[in-house]
Design a binder for this molecule. Structure first.
Ligand code: HEC
Ligand code: HEC
Length: 346
C-alpha cells in the first residue's frame, strides 16, 4: 500500500480510493470517518498516532486501577493498629502523635489533648477566628449578621454564668440569642467535657434560636484541639467571678472586686494600658473606658478581654502583659474608682 500515515487531501483521497476500491466513492473529504470501510485495514497497517495511544493507554490505566486498592486497603487496615497501640500503651508520646495526626485521628483523641485555656478564652469569643476550619471564615450558610448565634459568650455570657451573670437583663433580638436558664454553666465549671461542648445532634448553625449549637458539624465546627482549649477555659480559665462578686439587682449589674489593690492597679494601668489608652483612659475612641464600663455586663467583658485579649485587634493578651486574674482585678478596680463615667463608683 502507498498510503501515508496521514490524512490525505481530497485529491489524494480520490486517487487512493480509485486505485484501491474501484471508485466506489465519488469523493472524499478530510473527515476521517469516510474511511469507515477501510479503517480496519488502514488501522492495522498504518498506525495513526492517536489510535495507537488510545489502544495502549487503557492497559496501564487498568493495571493501575486494579493494583491501587490493594496497597490502599493495606494502609487503611494497618493504620489503626499502630495508632491505638500508641494511645493505649504510652500516654506521654501522645503529644507527638497528636501533633502529627490528621484531624480525624485528633477528634478520636480529643479528650486526651491538652487544652490551652487562653486560646479557649479567645474561642469563647469568636471561635472561627482561632485556628478554625478557616481563619475568620464563618461556617457555611451563616450570615455575618447572625454570628452571635454561634458565639459561646452570646448565650452563656463572658462570665459563663448565662442568665445569672453579667447578661442578666440581655434580651434576644433579630441578630442575637438570649441567655436562658440552662445557659448558666456555673455548676459545670470544673467538669465540662468535650461532649458537652460539641453537643452533637444540637441545632444547625443556620437555625437561629437560643439552643446550644452542634459544634461537631464537619466543615464549620470546632476542631479537636479547639474543643480541648474551650474545655480548659471552662474548667480552669480565669473568670471575673473568681475575683469579684456580682449584684444583679443593680442596674447595670454591679461588680465588687474582692481584695483589690487600687494602688497596684494604678501602677499596672500606667505600665500596661496607658500607652494605648492614655493616663486618663480617654485616648482610644475618646472616653472609651468610662463609656464602656458604664453598662450591663461590661466588667465581665472587660475582665475577659484583659485576660484573654482580642484575637485580631491591637489588644492581645501579650500586648497587655499576660495579666493574672489578680492583676486584672486591681486594674479594673482602679478604673472603676478613678476613670470618669464608670459604674458604679463614678
Ligand atoms: C445559641 C445559644 C448558645 C450558644 C451559642 C452556645 N451555647 Fe452552650 N448551651 C446553651 C444552652 C441553652 C444550654 C443548656 C441546655 C442545652 O444543652 O441546650 C447550653 C449548654 C452548654 C453546656 C453544658 C452542657 C450540659 O450538658 O450541661 C456547655 C459546657 C456549653 N453549653 C458550652 C458552650 C460552648 C463552649 C459554646 C461555644 C463553643 C456554647 N456553649 C455555645 C446555649 C448556647
Ligand atoms: C496595644 C494597645 C493597647 C493596649 C496595651 C491596651 N489596649 Fe485596650 N484597646 C486598644 C484598642 C485599639 C481598643 C479598641 C478596640 C479593639 O481594638 O479591641 C481597645 C479597647 C479596650 C476596651 C474596650 C473593649 C471593647 O471590646 O470595646 C477596654 C475595656 C480596654 N481596651 C481596656 C484596656 C486595659 C485595661 C488595658 C491594660 C491592661 C488595655 N486596654 C491595654 C488598645 C490597647
Amino acid at each position: 500500500m502507498v498510503l501515508g500515515a496521514r490524512r490525505p487531501t481530497n485529491k489524494l483521497c480520490m486517487w487512493v480510493l480509485g486505485a484501491a476500491f474501484g471508485l466506489v466513492f465519488g469523493g472524499c473529504s478530510d473527515d476521517i470517518t469516510y474511511y469507515a470501510a477501510a479503517d480496519a485495514t488502514v488501522d492495522s497497517t498504518y498506525t495513526f498516532p492517536d489510535t495507537s495511544v488510545d489502544t495502549v493507554a487503557p492497559s496501564p490505566d487498568s493495571s493501575v486501577d486494579t493494583t491501587a486498592p490493594t496497597p490502599d486497603s493495606g494502609v487503611d487496615a494497618a493504620a489503626p493498629t499502630p495508632d491505638s497501640g500508641v494511645d493505649a500503651a504510652a500516654p506521654s508520646p501522645d503529644t507527638s502523635v497528636d501533633a502529627v495526626a490528621p484531624s480525624p485521628d485528633a477528634s478520636v483523641d480529643g479528650p486526651q489533648l491538652t487544652g490551652n485555656e487562653y486560646i479557649g478564652g479567645l474561642i469563647w469569643n469568636k471561635y472561627w477566628e482561632i485556628r478554625a476550619t478557616g481563619n475568620g471564615i464563618l461556617p457555611t450558610g451563616l450570615a455575618a449578621t447572625d454570628v452571635d448565634f454561634i458565639r459561646c459568650k452570646a448565650c452563656h455570657g463572658w462570665d459563663a454564668l448565662g442568665a445569672s451573670g453579667g447578661y442578666v437583663r440581655r434580651t434576644s433580638n433579630a441578630t442575637r440569642p438570649a441567655p436562658s436558664v440552662g445557659s448558666d454553666l456555673s455548676a459545670k465549671l470544673a467538669t465540662a467535657t468535650t461532649a458537652d461542648v460539641l453537643n452533637a445532634g444540637g441545632r444547625a448553625f443556620t437555625t437561629l434560636d437560643d439552643t446550644h449549637p452542634d459544634y461537631s458539624l464537619s466543615g464549620g465546627g470546632l476542631s479537636a484541639q479547639q474543643t480541648a482549649d474551650v474545655v480548659a477555659f471552662l474548667n480552669s480559665g480565669p473568670k471575673v467571678q473568681d475575683i469579684a462578686s456580682l449584684d444583679t439587682a443593680q442596674n447595670p449589674v454591679a461588680y465588687t472586686f474582692t481584695g483589690a489593690d487600687t494602688t497596684a492597679g494604678q501602677t499596672l494601668y500606667g505600665t500596661n494600658c496607658a500607652t494605648c489608652h492614655g493616663a486618663d483612659g480617654q485616648t482610644v475612641g475618646g472616653s472609651i473606658l468610662g463609656t464602656y464600663f458604664s453598662s450591663d455586663g461590661k466588667y465581665s467583658e472587660g475582665f475577659h478581654k484583659l485576660i484573654y485579649g482580642d484575637a485580631t485587634g491591637a489588644m492581645t493578651r501579650t500586648a497587655q502583659g499576660n495579666l493574672t486574674a489578680e492583676q486584672a482585678r486591681d486594674i479594673l478596680a482602679y478604673i472603676q474608682a478613678n476613670i470618669p463615667g464608670t459604674f458604679p463608683q463614678n
